[in-house]
Design a protein around this ligand. Structure first.
Ligand code: B12
Ligand code: SF4
Length: 498
């Protein structure tokens, strides 16, 4: 250590491309700090497949550790979600044992919510709470000066076993000022990402659903103004640069609520249609779609929008999820999308306490009438710190022991988890199978699917229920993310899974 040019930071990430890490890397490089990435494809444990046997066969932790150590890092940075925390921690534990001088820092949503808990594992030296751009640079500069007990805001650590939590700086207001993400960090390891340009035009969300981490950020930052939007020009400039450098084929907007500001959306989609003209997908809240926006989405070559419907039971939506748009607005959104031929996926949350099975079946029959491209059935998951987790604890659904398990990152899988218990799993799997297959069937067959006798005969199961229809849908051309995940498998399986 010594000269900041020599300090080396290695990020560790799995399964996907992380815009968060790419922006941090760009900021560090601007400050003359070297960054590298150890990327693990995490085959058979991602949004497409979750198969423990195959995953264990291909996952090689020792190899990851070897790759990290070969880069001779001064600092290793992990970006952890609750679902990945255990895996990240396990690597951190081994690194600390082999090379205790390496400083290990965890950022991302899981350590942001539980900084002390993560530090008390004693495998992690620092936590970055919330946005990390300035905090990480300041921390690195302090480590360089051997000032290990840093005052850098947003950073936490243990000092003589005492938990030190530095104050939190305000959210970055003008996010146009951030550098464009360091895409090469990921593209060098996983070239298939470069055809599918992932981008965020905003940070935060104007809404406050109880199951989402945005309500945690509201608390941490003590603000109701979480949403910040880049100027349309700034986003177009990044895309134009990306197009020149990588000649990408598609764009994936990862914003929480892409079209939540109407004036901005109109300006942006008009510019996008003129200057970028690449098929794209995005996530939307149903209340933000009307004829005008649907028309512009179609004109801008929107291949697919993902709509968070989550439940069709008004009281569940209001009381347990805090979804503020009503069923009427949902119908209006679907009508506009269908009118202007904008394909869409529906997200539904299974396992919400109090939601009746008969109502779930009714909702799915209704969804299928709307002709969605796909129905994605997520199981309600009590992520740490969310209002829904607190509510579940208050009404006795979640015990202290279960909360503890969740906070320590145990018991989660992308496929099964949350509130769906073993008793109901079969029912939910069947519904999921209906959702996945029903979109392929004509109207008459769909009616038969909901016939009680036939419903009982539907085979539940991951393979029949998810993978085959997901692959079929991917091949049909509307699933941009699906295509890149498939490419990920092809690329890494040919390299022996690494
Ligand atoms: C895009 C996205 C996806 C994409 C891509 C995911 C990816 N890149 O890994 C897809 C659709 C594949 C996806 C999948 C999933 N996702 Co997702 N996703 C998002 C979303 C909308 C944006 C992520 C993002 O790019 N943010 C923008 C960047 C700038 O922010 P950031 O990553 O947090 O990074 C900043 C700070 O956290 C910090 N920081 C982060 N890492 C580090 C590291 C260091 C060392 C430091 C110093 C700082 C630091 O600095 C960064 C810059 O300020 C978020 C919600 C959100 N708005 O964040 C949900 C979110 C992260 N996803 C979530 C979930 C649950 C999932 C899934 C489990 C869903 C599922 N059931 O399949 C999977 C798991 C994916 C995985 N990685 O393993 C949850 C996580 C909740 C939790 N407690 O863990 C979130 C928060 C949404 C929610 N429900 O509230 N997701
Ligand atoms: S609309 Fe989506 S991103 Fe916004 S708070 Fe609700 S779930 Fe979270």
């Amino acid at each position: 250590m010594g000269d900041s040019n020599k300090l080396k930071i290695v990020f560790v990430y799995r399964a996907y491309e992380s815009i968060g890490i790419e922006i941090l890397s760009a900021v560090l490089k601007k400050n003359n700090i070297n960054t590298e990435l150890v990327y693990t494809p995490s085959l058979f444990k991602d949004a497409l497949v979750d198969n423990r046997i195959l995953y264990n066969f291909f996952y090689n932790e020792k190899r990851i550790i070897k790759q990290i150590l070969a880069k001779k890092p001064d600092i290793v940075g992990f970006s952890s979600l609750t679902d990945t925390y255990r895996l990240d921690l396990s690597i951190a534990e081994k690194l600390k044992k082999i090379s205790p001088n390496i400083k290990i820092i965890f950022g991302g949503i899981h350590p942001t919510v539980l900084p002390e808990k993560v530090l008390r594992t004693n495998f992690v030296d620092y936590i970055c709470i919330g946005e990390g751009e300035q905090a990480f640079v300041e921390l690195i500069k302090d480590i360089e000066k051997k000032n290990f007990y840093t005052n850098a805001k947003n950073i936490c650590y243990l000092k003589n076993n005492k938990f030190i939590k530095n104050p939190i700086r305000p959210l970055i207001e003008n996010i146009d000022k951030l550098p464009f993400p360091d895409k090469e960090l990921f593209y060098n390891k996983a070239p298939y990402f470069s055809n599918y340009y992932t981008i965020m035009t905003s940070r935060g969300c104007p809404y406050n659903c109880y199951f989402c981490n945005n309500n945690v950020y509201r608390e941490i930052y003590n603000t109701n103004k979480l949403l910040r939007r880049r100027s349309a020009e700034n986003v177009i400039e990044e895309l134009e640069q990306g197009l020149k450098k990588y000649n990408f084929k598609y764009v994936i907007f990862e914003d929480d609520a892409f079209v939540s500001q109407k004036d901005w959306t109109i300006k942006f989609l008009t510019l996008y249609s003129q200057k970028i003209k690449k098929p794209f997908q995005c996530l939307i809240n149903p209340r933000n779609i009307d004829d005008k926006i649907a028309f512009l989405l179609n004109k801008a070559d929107c291949l697919n929008v993902e709509i968070g419907i989550q439940s069709m039971e008004e009281s569940i939506r209001k009381d347990f999820l805090n979804r503020t748009e009503n069923i009427k607005e949902i119908y209006k959104c679907i009508k506009s999308l269908n009118k202007y031929n904008v394909p869409f996926n529906i997200d539904h949350i299974g396992g919400i306490p109090g939601e009746k099975k008969t109502n779930i079946i009714k909702s799915f029959a209704e969804y299928l009438k709307w002709k969605p491209n796909r129905i994605t059935y997520f199981y309600l998951t009590y992520y740490p710190g969310t209002k829904v987790a607190k509510l579940a604890q208050k009404i006795g659904i979640l015990s202290k022991n279960e909360i503890n398990k969740i906070e320590n990152g145990y018991g989660y899988s992308f496929e099964h988890g949350g509130n769906v218990n073993n008793k109901d799993l079969k029912f939910h799997d069947k519904i999921r199978t209906i959702g996945d297959w029903g979109v392929f069937f004509p109207k008459v067959f769909r009616k038969i699917l909901f016939n009680k006798k036939l419903f009982n005969k539907i085979p539940p199961g991951h393979f029949t229920g998810r993978i085959i229809p997901a692959v079929l849908k991917t091949l049909s051309g509307n699933e941009i993310r699906g295509v890149y995940i498939l490419k990920k498998y092809i690329y890494h399986l040919f390299r022996g899974g690494f």
